[in-house]
Design a binder for this molecule. Structure first.
Ligand code: F6P
Length: 323
């Protein structure tokens, strides 16, 4: 393989730039040429390409976001869109691809590979940590720390005013951020999509705290929780019990930005270099991940279908530690 393309797609995640740098530098060190594809699949369709040299990826390991930019392309969901993308890649002489993104990115890569047989290897880049085949995704650790810092700050003001806060964190389909930041910030309860939320359980926890003269409380809610998000759950709690001075905070996209943590930079660097080696070995249609500290390959099919599972012991831990 003489020339590869690399792109970032879907929701951005801190560490994508570090991964991109590793892909480019590893490929160049193996004598390959590297093409950066801007704006993910949409840029692939439009031939929005830029040649990457070693200096093109200088001074980006510490930067959040993605210098290649990202998008969620509707056109790539159509066979015509994918055909256009394939034509652009052939014109540019690109023989293999590294995709940095989450499940949507890999679902697209899988279809593209099946239709056009262009080798693709994926690096898991999403703050959600929901992919099967890696213990951690790139950006997850940074997002956890950003959310935890924010919750700590809210705890200060909650405590000063004796208030109850419902704090919504990201995670449309996964509760990893909610669960782990909940534990790390001493939340009274966490609500996640993987477990049904019962308002009466939340009230019971709050009332137990009230009896112990607890003056402030934090409930962390994943945005995709079946109870309907932080505003909805807060409303249901307030309808049943009036004594709390309640506030709701949605942390939102702040969780996707910022300089990546050391852990994310190292993870991104290892996975980016491993993706290039995987392409060189002739493997394709797989995601590279880190499992128990070792690089592992998982098919795109499995990575997207099985998802990472929540450790239910951690949910129990929230309860035990907040009593
Ligand atoms: O990247 C995944 C994610 O952060 C989800 O947790 C969240 O629901 C979604 O992206 C938000 O996406 P958008 O930026 O398109 O609103």
């Amino acid at each position: 393989m003489k020339k590869i393309g690399v792109y970032t797609s879907g929701g951005d995640a801190p560490g994508m730039n570090a991964c991109l740098r590793a892909v480019a530098r590893a490929a160049l060190s193996h004598g390959m040429e590297v093409v950066g594809i801007r704006r993910g699949y949409q840029g692939m369709i439009e031939g929005d390409f830029v040649e990457l040299k070693a200096h093109s990826v200088s001074n980006i390991i510490q930067r959040g976001g993605t210098i290649l930019k990202s998008s969620r392309s509707q056109e790539f969901r159509t066979p015509e869109g994918r055909q256009k993308a394939y034509n652009r890649l052939r014109e540019a002489g690109v023989e293999g691809l590294v995709a940095i993104g989450g499940d949507g990115t890999f679902a697209g890569a899988r279809t593209f590979y099946e239709e056009h047989k262009i080798p693709v290897v994926g690096c898991p880049g999403t703050i959600d940590n929901d992919l099967y085949g890696t213990d951690f995704t790139i950006g997850y650790d940074t997002a956890l720390n950003t959310a935890m810092d924010a919750i700590d700050k809210i705890r200060d003001t909650a405590d000063s005013h004796n208030r109850l806060f419902f704090i919504e964190v990201m995670g449309r389909d996964a509760g990893f951020i909610a669960l782990n930041t909940g534990i790390a910030s001493g939340a009274e309860a966490v609500c996640i999509p993987e477990k049904e939320t019962f308002v009466d359980d939340i009230i019971q926890r709050l009332e137990q705290g009230w009896m112990r003269q607890k003056t402030s409380s934090i409930i962390v809610v994943a945005e995709g929780d079946d109870g309907g998000g932080a505003f909805e759950i807060a409303k249901k709690v307030e309808e049943k019990i009036k004594r709390y001075d309640t506030r709701v905070v949605i942390l939102g996209h702040i969780q996707r930005g910022g300089s990546p943590t050391c852990m994310d930079r190292v993870l991104a660097s290892r996975l980016g270099a491993a993706a290039v080696e995987t392409l060189q070995e002739g493997l394709s249609n797989v995601m590279v991940g880190l499992v128990n500290g070792e690089i592992k390959h998982t098919s795109f099919f499995k990575a997207c279908k099985y998802h990472q599972t929540i450790n239910h012991n951690l949910l129990n831990l929230v309860e035990v530690l907040s009593t």
